[in-house]
Design a protein around this ligand. Structure first.
Ligand SMILES: CC(C)(COP(=O)(O)OP(=O)(O)OC[C@H]1O[C@@H](n2cnc3c(N)ncnc32)[C@H](O)[C@@H]1OP(=O)(O)O)[C@@H](O)C(=O)NCCC(=O)NCCS
Length: 184
């Protein structure tokens, strides 16, 4: 991610998170937070298609955000980004990876659960408007220290969320660059 991505990210956030989209100043602050903050974007060459971010906090890393353009949802991009973040967290020495997700975000909850995240607490009526609870989820590094490429195999069980539309025409993205290769 570079500053050139910020206009796309603001526009995408407004589509994905209409109640609390990050505006440009928030993205500039995240960029200024490097190297502790690490963001990756996936581009189709013309625009940002997906993005995700991590806070490296030593033993505990936090997933800051994750989003896939609605037209490309349901084709594996979100899963690849989560797996990329898990690899990056482990590479920087994290034992645990934490995140918060809306309780009513079924797709994201499924995504995170399938990758070994477990609900460890609930923040009641955290998201406003709407009085929606926040679920705090955590994934712990396996004792081997290896985050399996398919975290589904190494994971225990839990949940995750999003308002994904599974239609769209982004199947070509499945053969696209690994998020790491698209990062800048
Ligand atoms: C959540 C989100 C990032 C998932 O990205 P995606 O590219 O659509 O997800 P994938 O295609 O990689 O699917 C991965 C898993 O997510 C879950 N999932 C994705 N879409 C789903 C849907 N519509 N319903 C149920 N589960 C869904 C499934 O568990 C899926 O695993 P599977 O492929 O084995 O079925 C995407 O829907 C999104 O950007 N949502 C809006 C923003 C958001 O909610 N971000 C998360 C904030 S915590």
């Amino acid at each position: 991610m570079t500053w050139r991505d910020i206009p796309d990210l603001v526009a995408l956030e407004e589509r994905l998170f209409p109640d609390d989209a990050w505006q440009a100043p928030a993205w500039w602050a995240e960029l200024a937070g490097r190297p502790r903050r690490e963001y990756v974007v996936v581009s189709d060459g013309a625009r940002v298609m997906a993005y995700a971010g991590l806070d490296h906090g030593g033993e505990v890393a936090d997933i800051m955000t994750l989003g896939v353009v609605p037209e490309a949802q349901g084709h594996g991009l979100g899963a690849r980004l989560v797996e990329h973040l898990l690899e990056r967290a482990a590479a920087e020495g994290a034992r645990h990876v934490m995140l918060e997700v809306r309780a009513d975000n079924g797709p994201a909850r499924s995504l995170y659960t399938a990758r070994g995240f477990e609900i460890i607490s609930t923040r009641n009526r955290y998201y406003q408007p709407g009085d929606v609870d926040a679920l705090v989820m955590r994934r712990t590094t396996p004792r081997s220290g290896v985050w399996a490429g398919s975290t589904r195999m190494a994971g225990s069980a839990t949940e995750a969320s999003a308002s994904a539309s599974r239609d769209g025409d982004a199947s070509a993205l499945g053969a696209g660059p690994h998020p790491e290769e698209a990062a800048s």
